[in-house]
Design a protein around this ligand. Sequence first.
Ligand code: ADP
Length: 395
Amino acid sequence: MTSTVLVLNCGSSSIKYQLIDPSGPTVLAKGIAERIGEPDGRVRHEIGDDVDERDAELADHAAALDDIVTAFDATGGLAERDLAAVGHRIVHGGDRFSEPVLVDDDVEEVIEELAPLAPLHNPPGLTALRLARRALPDLPHVAVFDTAFHQSLPPSAYTYALDRELASTHRVRRYGFHGTSVSYVSREAARLLELNPDDANLIVLHLGNGASATAVRGGRSVDTSMGLTPLEGLVMGTRGGDVDPGVLTYLHREAGLSVDELDEMLNRRSGMLGLAGANDMREVHRRARAGDESARLAREVYCHRIRRYVGAYLAVLGHAHAIVFTAGVGENDSWVRSHALAGMRRLGVEVDHVRNSFVSSRAHVISPDGADVRVMVVPTNEELEIARQAAELVG
Ligand code: ADP
């Protein structure tokens, strides 16, 4: 029986897809339709050896999905691919979904109910889900949630110390994000460490545009830095992570910032962009090397925040087998890796500078031999994880 899955990852103005056979794993096709709703839409389809890149009028998500489905026509159409399922990335599953789920009308309704918790992320995912169910009605559709992996958090870690009734009425608690990535990376790390995934104690640092730290005990998430929304925790590209909540009421009263202005500042104008004027870490390094003091400070703040979470999660776990770096910055930035973990030798954490400078697209260890806590770089693959989970559910 086939295990090939079409994975759809829909954002507010783009749909990314991959056709994956997770048994290989093999990527059979991948592409993106972007700038949906703008005059200068673009598509890129890589199907087998064929690459098709062009401008396209993408009036809405329906037009973008249509372009993706018809891109397969030249090779006999998606129906000829004998797909096992369509896997959908959905950001927020609230406390309703702790596993991937087969989508029916009721599931769609629950995802819609959860939209206020992730107003930027859930609506586009739901749109793609609805359109794809209509375009490919004979296939099972599986929703995979970024929050699901963190549904194992204990109440002590997910409860905010706020008025209980107010919090419960409005479902205010820590949910955590990047779960699909952390789940994938944890299993890969355990494999490299020759540990049963259910025995692995790990600190996973997902450092991309968004960034989070997660404490994994026995293969399950027991604490994570993102909260009700993906704003809390580490310093990110345009989000600042932890701030004293009093800063917001203070800025509201003293600087006259409205709720929408505060929201915009927290989501789009803080983090590395707010501190250094650039959200891409490569550009921050370039400016820092050129002597820009704000870029230098931004890097220090970024690494200090990671160090603080690593210390906290070492305490939460008691003992970690490994600290795992992943995503754009985590996989590529040796400077961040060594600075974030500097000075922790007495905690059993050390980075070997030669191993750390080794560039590889494969998982590798960057701590010295015999280190108590291994430090690793493990490339993430959220699409493959979604394909695996979807194939497992229907298979
Ligand atoms: P997303 O969170 O959108 O999935 P990624 O995981 O691809 O993003 O991370 C993107 C970020 O990774 C970029 O904004 C950039 O800051 C960083 N990045 C990518 N390559 C490098 C590199 N070689 N060195 C340092 N940072 C990098």
